[in-house]
Design a protein around this ligand. Structure first.
Ligand code: SF4
Length: 341
């Protein structure tokens, strides 16, 4: 009988789902992914996780709770560094230990470390260790790893070219969208409709073209960082700073939306750095920050989205007489750079 491996639909699942799914399936495992986040899952996570944790980590705990009785193993890779010379948040490196101490009766975890900063071979070493636990044939493990990488790279190429997210209606919007907004934030928040209160879908339905860091070519991000700034330490910071720098230089943005989670230590720095960068461009570009937590009310967030769209509309039709903070300016008072975020 195949081993049943559970993958929580949270955190880096949203980025690596294809890679993980193909790899485990090719090894002969039966993969079970938890249901999309719901109130029950979030509540389960809140009740078993420590209070100080950020929202995505609490949600991850909820997904683990929902899966633990249905599977033989749980897949929780210990992610320390997922790209050269960069680190991910320390909460993710310590996640398997946190889970073991917070949740009772967990099945064994597949928690092998990926640390590309230590060794470029680290992801293969981790795959080999997982392979040993699930199948006895080393050739099959190598094949599964290579196939998973090939499929994942193909999906990334499509994502970067913007093809994946574009339905036919959306394609028309791309040609002449009402607004273009840089959507900054963790992919695991943006791609979780419940946690993010469906912000992406709501904005798209209003004719807004959203540009996320996932769609940006990593080569462009590296080039921007190399030319324009000191290299940030965190992977998340590099993606945001490199993407924003490129988009601001292109001059195509009508606004910037920064989605963050209550309790995110990294965003406490990164958001401020990004806001200063936008201000430094002197365009007075409209900027909104939305903080998500377990108590976020959807009605309040919807009102803020509407107000943000109205402000961008106002700035489009009255040139720059609306400040990025929503305050009306007389023409003689407005000048670039004065009203930053
Ligand atoms: S980066 Fe922020 S949101 Fe993500 S796990 Fe770390 S603290 Fe939580």
């Amino acid at each position: 009988m195949p081993v049943r491996v559970g993958i929580p639909r949270a955190l880096y699942y949203h980025r690596y789902r294809v890679l993980w799914h193909v790899f485990l399936t090719e090894l002969g495992a039966e993969v079970l992914v938890s249901e999309p986040t719901s109130k029950q899952i979030m509540d389960a996570g809140i009740s078993c996780c420590v209070n100080e944790a950020c929202l995505p980590v609490k949600i991850f705990h909820g997904h683990m709770e929902s899966l633990k009785t249905q599977v033989d193993r749980l897949f929780v890779p210990r992610l320390t560094s997922i790209s050269r010379d960069e680190y991910v948040c320390p909460k993710l490196g310590g996640l398997p230990d946190m889970l073991r101490s917070s949740i009772r009766d967990l099945p064994p975890l597949l928690d092998h470390e990926v640390n590309l900063r230590k060794s470029p071979e680290s992801s293969w070493q981790s795959a080999k260790a997982i392979g040993k636990e699930l199948c006895s044939d080393p050739y099959r493990v190598r094949r599964a790893y290579e196939m998973a990488l090939t499929v994942y790279r193909g999906v990334r190429r499509m994502q970067i070219s913007g093809m994946l997210n574009l339905g036919s209606q959306e394609r028309e919007q791309v040609c002449s969208p009402k607004f273009r907004i840089a959507m900054l934030g963790h992919s695991y928040l943006l791609n979780d409709p419940y946690a993010s209160m469906n912000i992406l879908k709501k904005l798209k339905s209003k004719g807004v073209k959203l540009i996320t860091t996932e769609e940006m070519d990593p080569r462009i991000i590296r080039e921007q960082l190399h030319c324009n700034m000191k290299q940030p330490f965190w992977n998340h910071a590099r993606e945001i700073m490199g993407s924003l720098s490129f988009l601001l230089q292109l001059g195509i943005l009508d606004g910037v939306m920064y989605i963050t989670a209550f309790g995110c230590g990294i965003d406490a720095f990164v958001e401020d750095m990004a806001a200063r960068m936008a201000k430094g461009f002197g365009s007075g570009i409209p900027w909104i920050r939305i903080v998500l937590d377990e108590h976020s009310g959807e009605a309040g967030t919807d009102t803020r989205l509407e107000a943000f769209l109205d402000m961008m509309e106002g700035r489009k039709s009255h040139a720059h007489h609306f400040s990025p903070n929503g305050e009306y300016l007389y023409p003689c008072e407005s000048h670039a750079g004065r009203f930053g975020p």
